[in-house]
Design a protein around this ligand. Structure first.
Ligand code: BMA
Length: 870
């Protein structure tokens, strides 16, 4: 009987479910979206020949694809293509409007990104003029479309000519840094015009980038048609109370003018651990208000954590608007976490650190620039690859730097997924900006759109007004120059524009649209004296590199948060071969110099290199040792910041990646090859770090932990020679306290210092947990590398393969320093640029590429070591 009843009720339930799903599925989508990417043609204004174009794309890449210009990254080709940015370019296609679309109540075209001055014509009528590549534009085209074919044409004006025109109209000069490489453009007295156009600053050149001032449709164009209603925007506001989460969603809904409000519902669905929670409310069209609020509570909340601290748990959130016939929906992801920037007076000055879920977190990371000068080139896989590399190096923060772009959605989607907190600059860098009304209005609209687009991302940690604008004005002599060369009044006008943008417009918008996030006006932003800079706010420390101070000065200049410090290196030889010919293989050749944009680049690398290393024997080894030098320097900086975490709570070095092949501060070259820096940063950023300093003839051994729990550990120090003979050891059981840096052992100089062996021995430091798992290791040498007597050693290696990997097995009898396994693969090894301890083995692997075979892989293998580099 019981089972019959059960069966009956089951059948009834199934019936209801089928009827329900029939009705819910049968609802028509109120909105249709089509990407306009086909059959595009382009031509310059004077040309009657139309050539095929890719959309999204740029004029430069279309000219490359049509073989009109050669690859601008090869040798000196960049110089040959400077005519492109002085011309006007036209793009056209046909949009087919089918009957259903034609009959829709509303038809729009959405331009997600137009670079930068464009006139948009539909069926030969000029409908819109645009002037900001960071904004999207939406155009009501209902009145202008025909059934069937419609001609869409976009004409791009020259950003250089427009810039010159605007410069002329402003009536005074604004200072712009030398990163704007106007001299390559050779235009009317080399005038710098980058700041007059709301366009990525680095397109005009940078001290690691080419000058390739693009135009084009850099983001997709969408044809959007809708009936009755449409979700326009969703803002998910989150709150955490004990172990409950609350989402308050602000949903902006557009209703068609003629829509007669029927039973209309707004619903929110949230799914996480297998179950879906729902809340549904009745709404009605209201002529005054388009924002509707709906909330939902989640029990037993699972929190989101940055990389290295826990899971990146993301809930699926869906917002649905529906009536009996139609529905529109939007799917999003949301992680629950609290995040705050803590700025409180303390015994040093004012703190600058982030608290995540109530824990202070040391930010380990890097500055990111756009992955290509041609912005339509990087695809989703490229984003996945570069951000995975950051995660692989144990980073938890990435700074989207202000001379590039507000990144594409995929970037932030992946940061949410991978636990990389985002320090987001607004797009202003190293220049003062005009302050006329139309410029400010344009900036305001750009900021509104981008704040709204990015505020739902879990990983977004901070809005920052600009990169190095304030410090340029106050510290680089700009203010004084303007007073001297123009007038006090003009200098005041220039700073008034600064004040308006960075102290009024942007903070007000962040406060109104994203009130839970902090805004920081400028990076760096501390006091202006050297000492004050280290006591409050964040710092960019460039005394190493620009100031030629030794790497050891990182140890004494500890700010509250280091947002930039860096040192250059060259790409590896296989990468250099991609953009050069054999005759260019000298760092001072015209081609290599052209792929080095820092005014002091090659000389500075050489100068530092000679301090610590022997002069490399050839070009290939010079490139290799330049990478060791860079890795060594940045390691010193990161360790100093982490040891001093009571004072400094972040270490972001300059820079992660490149936008073309070049000598630069990057840890990953344009082709995706990791330099020594990227491999070694992984240890320096590991959750447990063993590090040291020397004070008054005492060696202090520090243990730094970013873990949230205390653990038992074994600290071991071995003094050994390069042949592997142990001279002395120290061992101590310790407790590694959570989220902390402390000195765990002190050894006096008399104890470890053996004058006779000083150039043949080193200290090997290890930290193991109670299961004997190695948590951290490090080495201390007593002299610069050039003064050490590394043994002549023969490295043996064998290559084997598994289904997906090639493995290189290395064996060594004596100590080998900085072993670089060169391969012809475009992938990276599991480890590289490592030391091999005496009498030990090391296996590294590399993912196979399609069609790879072991013989050609073996042929491409080569091993470089420091000892053989000179
Ligand atoms: C920092 C950055 C960039 C520059 C780098 C190296 O100041 O903000 O402007 O590329 O230094 O000079």
């Amino acid at each position: 009987m019981m089972s019959l009843l059960l069966r009956k009720s089951k059948i009834k339930f199934l019936f209801i479910l089928i009827v329900f799903s029939f009705f819910s599925c049968s609802k028509k989508q109120s909105q249709k979206n089509i990407t306009i990417s086909d059959n595009w043609l382009f031509a310059s204004k004077e040309d009657s020949v139309w050539l095929p174009a890719k959309v999204p794309g740029t004029v430069h890449t279309d000219l490359i694809d049509n073989k009109i210009i050669e690859d601008p990254f090869f040798r000196l080709n960049e110089q040959e293509v400077q005519w492109i940015d002085k011309k006007e370019w036209r793009y056209k296609t046909n949009i087919n409007i089918d009957l259903e679309t034609f009959n829709s109540q509303n038809i729009f075209l959405e331009f997600k990104g137009l670079d930068s001055y464009s006139d948009i014509f539909l069926n030969n009528s000029l409908l819109l003029k645009t002037d900001n590549m960071f904004r999207s534009y939406i155009l009501d085209i209902k009145k202008y479309v025909d059934l069937g074919d419609n001609k869409l044409e976009i004409v791009f004006e020259s950003p250089i000519k427009k810039g010159l025109e605007k410069k002329e109209n402003l009536g005074y000069d604004v200072p712009i840094s030398g990163n704007d490489l106007a001299e390559i453009g050779q235009v009317e007295g080399n005038k710098r015009v980058s700041v007059f156009t709301r366009k990525a600053g680095y397109h005009f050149g940078w001290d690691w980038g080419p000058r390739l001032v693009t135009s084009g449709i850099w983001k997709p164009i969408k044809l959007i048609s809708w009936n009755n209603f449409k979700i326009n925007d969703v803002y998910l506001k989150q709150e955490i109370q004990a172990n409950k989460g609350l989402i308050n969603a602000e949903v902006e809904i557009f209703f068609d003018d003629n829509y007669i409000s029927r039973d209309c519902f707004l619903e929110i669905r949230v799914s996480g651990n297998g179950e879906t929670l729902k809340n549904k409310i009745k709404i009605s069209k209201n002529s005054n208000e388009s924002i509707f609020n709906i909330s939902i509570e989640i029990d037993q909340l699972e929190l989101w954590w940055p990389n290295g601290m826990g899971n990146q748990f993301l809930y699926d959130v869906e917002i649905i608007v529906s009536d009996k016939e139609f529905k529109d929906s939007k799917k999003m992801k949301l992680g629950f976490r609290t995040i705050e920037l803590v700025r409180e007076p303390d015994s040093i000055g004012t703190s600058f650190y982030f608290k995540l879920n109530n824990h202070p977190v040391f930010m380990k990371g890097v500055n990111y620039i756009p992955q290509d000068v041609f912005l339509s080139r990087p695809n989703n896989l490229d984003y996945e690859t570069i951000l995975s590399a950051a995660v692989n190096a144990n980073m938890n923060m990435i700074r989207v730097w202000g001379g590039g772009i507000y990144e594409r959605d995929i970037f932030y989607d992946l940061c949410d997924k991978k636990g990389l907190l985002v320090w987001q600059d607004f797009m202003f860098a190293c220049a003062m900006y005009p302050g006329n009304d139309s410029f400010l209005k344009n900036v305001k609209e750009e900021a509104i759109q981008n704040i709204k687009r990015l505020r739902n991302y879990t990983s977004l940690a901070l809005w920052c007004g600009n990169n190095e604008v304030l410090t340029a004005w106050e510290n680089w002599g700009w203010k004084e120059n303007e007073i001297k060369n123009q007038s006090q009044e003009i200098a005041d006008t220039i700073f008034k524009a600064y004040d308006n943008i960075f102290h009024k417009i942007l903070p007000d918008l962040v406060e109104n649209l994203d009130s839970k996030r902090s805004y920081w006006p400028s990076s760096p932003g501390g006091g202006f004296g050297e000492k004050q800079k280290l006591e409050s706010g964040n710092a960019h420390y460039w005394w190493v590199w620009w100031g030629k101070k030794p790497f050891s000065s990182y140890n004494d200049s500890i700010p509250r948060f280091m947002a930039e410090f860096g040192f250059q290196s060259f790409p590896e030889f296989n990468s250099v071969k991609n953009y050069t010919n054999e005759e260019d293989h000298n760092i001072y050749s015209e081609v290599m110099k052209s792929h080095q944009r820092s005014s002091i680049g090659n000389e500075t690398i050489e100068e530092y290199l000679k301090r610590d290393y022997n002069t490399p024997k050839d070009f290939e080894n010079f490139l290799y040792v330049s990478q060791l030098l860079q890795a060594q320097g940045i390691k010193i900086g990161i360790e100093a910041h982490r040891r001093n975490r009571h004072r400094c709570m972040g270490s972001l070095y300059w820079q992660l990646n490149d936008c073309w092949p070049v000598a630069s501060w990057s840890g990953i070259d344009y082709y995706g090859k990791w330099k020594a820096l990227h491999y070694r940063v992984k240890d320096a950023f590991s959750n447990f770090l063993i590090s040291h300093d020397f004070k008054n003839d005492t060696l202090n051994i520090f243990i730094v932990s970013d873990s949230l729990v205390d653990i038992n550990g074994l600290l071991k120090i071995e003094l050994m020679d390069f042949e592997g003979n142990q001279i002395k050891t120290w061992e101590e059981k310790i407790i590694v306290e959570s989220n902390r840096s402390s000195i765990k052992m002190k050894i006096s100089k008399d104890d470890y210092f053996d004058r006779k062996k000083i150039d043949k021995s080193f200290l090997y430091l290890t930290l193991e947990d109670s299961q004997k798992k190695l948590l951290a290791e490090n080495k201390i040498f007593f002299k610069p590398y050039k003064d050490l007597q590394f043994p002549k050693t023969k490295l043996n290696f064998e290559v084997s393969e598994t289904a997906n990997y090639f493995e290189v097995n290395l064996k060594n009898e004596k100590f080998a320093k900085d072993v670089f396994v060169v391969s012809n693969s475009t992938n990276n090894f599991s480890d590289n640029f490592f030391d091999i301890m005496p009498n030990s083995k090391k296996t590294i692997k590399i993912l196979k590429q399609p069609n790879d075979n072991i013989d050609s892989f073996k042929k491409g293998l080569k091993i470089l070591t420091l000892e053989k580099s000179y």
